[in-house]
Design a protein around this ligand. Structure first.
Ligand code: SF4
Length: 360
C-alpha cells in the first residue's frame, strides 16, 4: 500500500510523553462524555478509551469543580490529558496548575491582555501547549459580519488572529484545529491554513452525527484532508460511545497506511462461490487483530477461486475450499487446514508474524 510519506512538515509540539507534529505519526484523540468533576466515571471512561487505542484524551472544564478534579484524574490515568476551556482564564490557570498536559482555549476569547499573559506564562512555565480551536459554528461576530456566513477564509482569519496573540507573547507551542460540520468547508479551511502555518493541525469534522452516518462523514472529510498530507492528530466526533471514535480513527489511519502499529483485515464481500461462514470468521479475526501491534495485513476470503491471488498483498490469510481452508502468504498457498481449526491456525500464524515484527 502506498504510504503517505510526503506529509507536510510541521513543528513538533510536546504533549505529555507524546509529540504531535514533526516526524511523528498521527495521534488519535477522543473526549470524555462524563462530568469531569465525577472523577470515578471520568477515569473509568479514560481507561476504556486508552484500552481502545486512544493516545490523548480531552475533558470539558465548564466549572471550577471540574478544574479542581484535574489533579486526581491525572494521578489515575496514563495518557496525556487535555483540558478544554472556553473563556474563563481562571479555570485555565487552575487546570494548568492541576497538571493538564495541554489546554484548548482561544486566546482571543480570554479578554484583557494581562489575563492572556497569565495563561501563556503558566503554560510556558509548565511547558505545555495550547490548542487554538476554530469552529465554523462559533466564529467571531466581526468575521461573520465580514464574510456573511462561515467560510474557510473567515476560519483562517480567526485562526491567524488567535495565533498572532500567542506569537506576540513569544509562545509557539501551538496546535490548531479548523473544525466544521460541513465537510467541504473543513477540507478547504484545513487546506488553506496548512499553506500558511507550520504548527501541527488537529483534524476533526465536528458534530458529524451518529455512529454510522458520522463515521462515513468523518471518514470522507478527514480522508480527503489526510490524503493531502495534512494533519498531525485527530478526533472523530460521534454521537456515540467515545470508544467508537477511537476505533474509527484507528481504522481510518490504517486505511491510509498511516498506522505502523496496527493490523488490517482484508475480507471479501462474499458471493455465490462462498465455501465457509465468512462473515462470522471475518468478525472473529477482526476482533483478534485489534490487539496486534504490528502492521500486518490479514485476509479472509470466501473461496479459493480468485482467493489467494485476490489478496496478494496480504501477509497471511485463509481462503475457504470445500470443508477446509487454504492458508496462504502473499498470494501463495502454504498448507491446507481443516475448517474446524482454520481460524485457530490463522491466529497462530498471525501471532508468529507479529512476534517477528516486534523482534525487528
Ligand atoms: Fe466470491 Fe470467492 Fe471472491 Fe469471496 S473470494 S467474493 S467468495 S469469488
Amino acid at each position: 500500500m502506498t504510504q503517505l510519506t510526503n506529509r507536510k512538515d510541521t513543528r513538533p509540539v510536546r504533549v505529555g510523553n507524546l509529540v504531535i507534529g514533526g516526524n511523528e505519526e498521527i495521534v488519535i484523540q477522543s473526549m470524555t462524555t462524563t462530568k469531569t468533576h465525577d472523577v470515578e466515571a471520568t477515569v473509568a471512561e479514560i481507561n476504556r478509551l486508552e484500552e481502545a487505542g486512544c493516545q490523548i484524551v480531552r475533558v470539558a472544564c465548564p466549572k471550577e469543580e471540574d478544574a479542581l478534579a484535574i489533579p486526581e484524574i491525572k494521578k489515575r490515568i496514563n495518557i496525556p490529558l487535555v483540558v478544554d476551556i472556553h473563556f474563563d482564564y481562571k479555570l485555565a490557570l487552575l487546570a494548568i496548575e492541576g497538571g493538564a498536559d495541554k489546554i484548548r482555549i482561544n486566546p482571543g476569547n480570554i479578554g484583557r491582555r494581562e489575563k492572556v499573559e497569565a495563561v501563556v506564562n503558566a503554560c510556558k512555565e509548565k511547558g505545555i501547549p495550547i490548542r487554538i480551536g476554530v469552529n465554523a459554528g462559533s466564529l467571531e461576530k466581526h468575521i461573520i459580519k465580514k464574510y456573511g456566513f462561515p467560510t474557510a477564509d473567515g476560519m483562517v482569519e480567526s485562526a491567524m488572529h488567535h495565533i498572532k496573540i500567542l506569537e506576540e507573547l513569544d509562545f509557539h507551542d501551538i496546535i490548531v484545529s479548523m473544525k466544521a460540520s460541513d465537510v467541504h468547508l473543513a477540507i478547504e479551511a484545513y487546506t488553506k491554513i496548512a499553506e500558511l502555518i507550520d504548527y501541527p493541525l488537529h483534524l476533526g469534522i465536528t458534530e458529524s452525527g451518529t455512529l454510522f452516518a458520522g463515521t462515513v462523514k468523518s471518514s470522507a472529510g478527514l480522508g480527503a484532508i489526510l490524503s493531502k498530507g495534512i494533519g498531525n492528530t485527530m478526533r472523530i466526533s460521534l454521537s456515540a460511545d467515545p470508544v467508537e471514535e477511537v476505533k474509527v480513527g484507528r481504522e481510518l489511519l490504517k486505511t491510509f497506511g498511516l498506522a505502523s502499529n496496527a493490523a488490517t483485515l482484508i475480507a471479501c464481500p462474499t458471493c455465490g462461490r462462498i465455501e465457509i461462514d465468512l462473515i462470522s470468521i471475518a468478525n472473529e479475526v477482526e476482533e483478534y487483530i485489534a490487539d496486534v501491534k504490528a502492521p500486518l495485513k490479514v485476509a479472509v476470503l470466501g473461496c479459493a477461486v480468485n482467493g489467494p491471488g485476490e489478496a496478494r498483498e496480504a501477509d497471511i490469510g485463509i481462503a475457504g475450499a470445500r470443508g477446509e481452508g487454504l492458508l496462504f502468504m502473499h498470494g501463495k498457498t502454504v498448507r491446507k487446514v481443516p475448517e474446524e481449526t482454520m481460524v485457530d491456525e490463522l491466529k497462530m500464524e498471525i501471532d508468529k508474524l507479529a512476534e517477528e515484527h516486534y523482534k525487528k
